[in-house]
Design a protein around this ligand. Structure first.
Ligand code: SF4
Ligand code: SF4
Length: 354
């Protein structure tokens, strides 16, 4: 079973491809100005080197703020549910999650099955988010990747009373002008963010096993401050930034399992600069009669055995990457050929995207 999850976040887009319960590929890239384009590029990158195409993926779940803009997703699910589900795959014992994203921060409570029981979100102000840390890194003329380590080198943490993006920025600039070490400024800001995160966590209850997800969980300085403030060592997975996409892929897997072959759709084709060219066969409906392959004037369709040795309609392997050159699409074909794959299919099991 091949499924995928895609998380279109405010700062980064992530995708995870799974085959039979194992992650076979994952990717993280910047979110561009156009979510649709970003989603296509992210998935294309995730599939690179896997030998798979989008048509091979049986179910795609999209999450993140841009989830409704993923044109190839079968379903979209909130990032809160996906983070809980994703972290449960790594650590079933985790019941409290702090998701520190690019534009907001969420405290999530979940049960042992990764189902959300409570959550609270701070999305009113940029303070303490990935965007905020990016801005501070710019002010201090350092990179986002370096600020965590740099904060750990602090000898004299500067107290920050606010992490309001505007005031904290002015305060940081003022300290810098006074010659305060960057590491001390950063330690102060990390501490202020950790204090605010602790308040958020307290509002959903903090359980012994807790985890941090999202891009900020890769910041060692932030993890150290949170460990100190919360008084617990967080469980961190290999890449906390892909947890939402992983959760989405796990939901996709569940959907496939519960559907069995009923209603399972196989997409053949591709997307290029001119549009989407996919022929979709609902293999749950297809009874293998072979009418469509016989009716197709251009020999696009063939019959082949599926995993259970049942005949199903498929698009010929060698035309999948140049489908639009051979098949004019449903409407054009219907105009020129009264008898075509759609008109002869007794199960309405075949459809075109163009
Ligand atoms: S629309 Fe026409 S050309 Fe395309 S697959 Fe169906 S029958 Fe063949
Ligand atoms: S005509 Fe319909 S039911 Fe028959 S093989 Fe083609 S897709 Fe399947």
């Amino acid at each position: 079973m091949i499924v995928a999850g895609i998380d279109i976040g405010s700062r980064a887009a992530k995708a995870v491809v799974m085959s039979n319960g194992a992650i076979i590929s994952s990717v993280i890239r910047d979110t561009g100005p156009e979510s649709v384009k970003t989603s296509r590029m992210t998935m294309a990158e995730a599939l690179k080197g896997t030998g798979l195409s989008l048509g091979d993926i049986q179910y795609v779940v999209a999450t993140g703020y841009g989830r409704v803009l993923v044109p190839f997703a079968d379903e979209n699910i909130s990032e809160i549910s996906c983070h809980a589900r994703g972290i449960n795959w790594y650590f079933p014992e985790v019941k409290t999650i702090l998701d520190m994203g690019g534009q907001d921060c969420k405290a999530i409570s979940c049960d042992g099955d990764g189902l959300v029981t409570n959550f609270i979100m701070n999305d009113k102000c940029a303070g303490g988010t990935g965007r905020f840390l990016e801005m501070i890194a710019e002010v201090l003329n350092t990179s986002l990747e370096e600020i965590g380590e740099l904060s750990l080198a602090s000898r004299n943490t500067i107290p920050f009373n606010t992490i309001c993006a505007v005031f904290a920025k002015s305060e940081a600039i003022a300290y810098l002008r006074k010659g305060v070490a960057k590491s001390d400024i950063l330690a102060g800001l990390h501490e202020a963010i950790a204090a605010r995160s602790l308040n958020l966590l307290k509002r959903v209850s903090i359980q012994k096993d807790f985890s941090i997800t999202g891009g900020i969980a890769k910041n060692s300085g932030m993890v150290a401050k949170l460990t100190e403030k919360v008084g617990l060592e967080p469980l961190l997975c290999e890449d906390p930034q892909i947890v939402g996409a992983l959760g989405a892929a796990l939901f996709a897997e569940e959907r496939c399992e519960s559907a069995g072959s009923q209603g399972k759709q196989v997409h053949y084709g591709y997307t290029d600069g001119t549009g989407d060219y996919f022929i979709t066969v609902d293999v749950g409906l297809c009874d293998g009669c072979g009418e469509c392959a016989e009716a197709c004037p251009d020999g696009v369709l063939i019959m082949a055995a599926d995993d259970s040795n049942q005949p199903k309609a498929k698009v010929k392997e060698d035309v999948r990457k140049s489908l639009s050159l051979l098949c004019p699409g449903f409407f054009s074909c219907s105009n020129t050929h009264k008898v075509n794959c759609h008109s002869v299919c007794p199960k309405d099991a075949i459809s075109h995207s163009w």
